[in-house]
Design a protein around this ligand. Structure first.
Ligand code: FCB
Length: 453
């Protein structure tokens, strides 16, 4: 499985990604307010084993140790998210300085080790108080998000050079508001469509807010994207695959890059129309500096009697999430997105795999499947770059095993194993592979740590 390091430019950024609710713990400390995920986890039957992010990896207290691991890896960047309820415990109004202080310390610690912070402003932990007032289906939550973005960027914008507004609005809107499988656990398609629009709108507003407070910063959004393959070449399967592409990919890419929702879907989806106000699409299509692509699998779609049907190639490898391992799907996705939407730059802001890991008698965690996954997907990124996609960085999901939403702690995505009873960190074999790969790719000496004041 050779991976040609040389095809990555010297300034390519090698990173790792995480999210606040999945790793921080300290759910009741230093004035943090309640988030929709605290409430959802406390609701019986919602999360596997009744797990919650209350303690998670305790990153809130152990971040210096984890930054040490990042340094050992040779990471150029770390993607984390900011917990809105730490900053504004009730969503709007009074600012909790202690919450800002935590991210201030984290940013300084990263920079002191020569690691670029890539914060995401929203990775699904809406303040519960805002949910109680209507949540993302209400336009007021988009306004509140712009205020929150302003508070955060004013504090960290002197040091943070890359901002991600949202993480995977499709997942939050649909799985959280229509399927009810994620917080806030709503089961209304109309709520999902409205939530998706307000997430996009608040992204556009936040782009302006960030540019005003930090004019030199690079701003983008992370979308979950997956290439949609027809199960056969019949026109019916082709149409079904295009429809799935529309709902999963174009519904977000089109408004951001073209200022319009896909016409073929608008015709079918009457629910979407009422929530769009004059000026919304102009706001959503505010120019961005990069697109974050989160990718784990592809879609294989056939035309079923009741609409598009997802197919499964049982002979291919699948991860512990049941997701097909298909690296060329990432290459094709990147080439297609570059051709159709021409983002200035692309970062792979998430890619990785859950497999069942055990700590062996030798104390190590041998995870050859994860290593192979990361290696082959990185090779696909390299091919996409050769094919013209402007990919500038890759963030493995995830640095640490963590709280995998509705799956609780049962799915392990980390390149570092967490022994949950003790919270001891054990770098897996994939960690050492990534460390050696980064070292080989980054032949120029690392810059000395940036001094912080
Ligand atoms: C993505 C999420 C991330 C993580 C991975 C496995 O959809 O953004 O938080 O759960 O999936």
């Amino acid at each position: 499985m050779p991976t040609e390091n040389s095809s990555f430019p010297q300034d390519f950024i090698w990173g790792a990604a995480t999210a606040s609710y999945q790793i921080e713990g300290a759910a009741h400390e230093d004035g943090r307010g309640e988030s929709v995920w605290d409430r959802f986890c406390a609701t019986p039957g919602k999360v596997r084993n009744g797990d919650s992010g209350e303690r998670a990896c305790d990153f809130y207290h152990r971040y210096p140790e984890d930054v040490g691991l990042m340094r050992e890896l040779g990471l150029g960047a770390f993607r984390f998210s900011i917990a809105w309820p730490r900053i504004l415990p009730t969503g709007r109004g009074s600012v909790n300085e202690a919450g800002l202080d935590f991210y201030d310390r984290l940013v300084d610690e990263l920079l002191a080790h020569g690691i670029e912070p890539f914060p995401t402003l929203f990775h699904w932990d809406t303040p519960q108080a805002l949910e109680d007032q209507g949540g993302w289906p209400a336009r007021a939550t988009a306004e509140a998000f712009a205020e929150y973005a302003d508070v955060v960027v004013r504090r960290l914008g002197d040091r943070v050079r890359h901002w991600i507004t949202h993480n995977e609005p499709w997942v939050h809107a649909w799985i959280g508001h229509s399927w009810g499988k994620h917080a806030p656990g709503r089961t209304s398609e109309a709520d999902a469509v409205a939530a998706a629009h307000h997430l996009l709108l608040s992204h556009g507003w936040a782009v302006d807010v960030i540019r005003a407070a930090a004019p030199d910063a690079q701003v983008g959004i992370s979308l979950n994207l997956a290439h949609s393959y027809p199960a056969s070449e019949t026109p019916e399967d082709e149409a079904a695959a295009w429809h799935v592409d529309g709902e999963a990919n174009r519904w977000f890419l089109d408004p951001i890059f073209r200022g319009s929702y896909p016409a073929d879907l608008l015709e079918r989806n009457e629910l979407a129309v009422p929530v769009i106000q004059d000026g919304d699409l102009a706001a959503i299509s505010a120019p961005t500096d990069f697109l974050g692509v989160n990718n784990y699998f592809r879609f294989i779609v056939s035309a079923g009697a009741d609409g598009p049907r997802m197919e499964r190639h049982a002979e291919n490898q699948h991860t512990d999430m049941g997701w097909e391992v298909y690296p060329d799907g990432l290459r094709q996705l990147l080439v297609r997105v570059a051709n159709d939407y021409a983002p200035k730059e692309i970062y792979i802001t998430e890619n990785g795999a859950a497999f069942v890991d055990v700590q062996g008698h030798d104390g190590r965690v041998h995870d050859p499947e994860r290593t192979a996954y990361i290696q082959t997907y990185i090779a696909a990124v390299s091919q996409a770059i050769e094919d013209g996609a402007p990919v500038k960085g890759y963030f493995v999901w995830s640095l640490l095993d963590n709280f995998e939403w509705a799956e609780g702690y049962s799915k392990r995505f980390g390149i570092v194993y967490i022994d949950y009873p003790t919270l001891v960190r054990v770098p897996k074999d994939s960690f050492y592979w990534y460390r050696d790969f980064i070292a080989a790719s980054t032949r120029t000496p690392r810059p000395s740590p940036i001094a912080t004041g």
